[in-house]
Design a protein around this ligand. Structure first.
Ligand SMILES: Cc1cc2nc3c(=O)[nH]c(=O)nc-3n(C[C@H](O)[C@H](O)[C@H](O)COP(=O)(O)O)c2cc1C
Length: 222
């Protein structure tokens, strides 16, 4: 039973671009069949608290005698990690906030990136190795090669570092550029590019959901 874990983190509950694009991925996933289930977690509406203690960064057996974690926070950490490990595919809506990720998404990462549990420390623990994760990152400006702000995107870079390099996940990135073209006068001339970026992103998530959900490619059909 292929299970998708769908996370959103935009603070915009009315016209979020990342929510619209992850929602499309989820719809395509559902349409693949009744066995394609989705666990949904809204990190904005139901925000994980900041780590109450650095003890939670370590697996229990790696904590020092002075490092004690509150049981409720430890239970939340276990819930978040179990949910992530049990998913077949993970989908993350990650808008750019101040060149980085929303603090709610950062808090979630602080719970699930744990030496001795999700990353190797004293043993080769890497339960997320190879698991596909699709990151949908919407941003008001544009950050591709050749643009003035190339290199200033610390949203995608951070997620690639944590999810890919550290956790060993198979990261697929879908970006939507220039979402503020209709709001920021200086970006208005780039409106056609904004529309093309959104349409490319929509096509990408449809293809990814179909492929990662296990639907046969059209040339494999009888
Ligand atoms: C708190 C905040 C910070 C933002 N910082 C940036 C930024 O650094 N660079 C940028 O290009 N856009 C920035 N934006 C614009 C958002 O990236 C853009 O509106 C994007 O579409 C948000 O995703 P959403 O539509 O899913 O909410 C910011 C927006 C907010 C609310």
């Amino acid at each position: 039973m292929p299970q998708l874990l769908h996370l959103d983190s935009s603070a915009d509950l009315d016209s979020s671009v990342s929510r619209a694009v992850t929602g499309q991925f989820s719809d395509v996933w559902h349409a693949l069949g009744p066995d394609h289930s989705v666990i949904y977690r809204d990190l904005h509406r139901d925000a994980p608290p900041h780590l109450p203690t650095s003890a939670l960064h370590w697996a229990p057996h790696l904590r020092t005698a002075n490092e004690v974690a509150p049981p409720a926070a430890e239970a939340l950490q276990k819930e978040l990690i179990d949910e992530l490990v049990s998913a077949d595919v993970v989908l993350i809506g990650a808008p750019m906030y101040n060149w980085s990720i929303p603090s709610t998404l950062k808090a979630w990462i602080d719970y699930i990136h744990v030496p001795g549990i999700t990353v190797p420390f004293d043993a080769p623990t890497r339960p997320l190795e190879g698991k596909p994760v699709v990151v949908v990152s919407s941003r008001g400006n544009q950050y591709g090669p050749g643009t003035p702000d190339f290199g200033a995107d610390h949203t995608v870079a951070q997620l690639q570092q944590v999810l890919g390099s550290a956790l060993g996940m198979d990261v697929h990135v879908v970006t939507v550029d220039l979402t503020l073209a209709s709001r920021v006068p200086a970006l208005a001339p780039l409106a056609p590019r904004a529309e093309a970026s959104l349409s490319d992103a929509r096509a990408s998530v449809t293809g990814l959901a179909t492929r990662l959900g296990g639907a046969p490619a059209s040339d494999e059909l009888g």
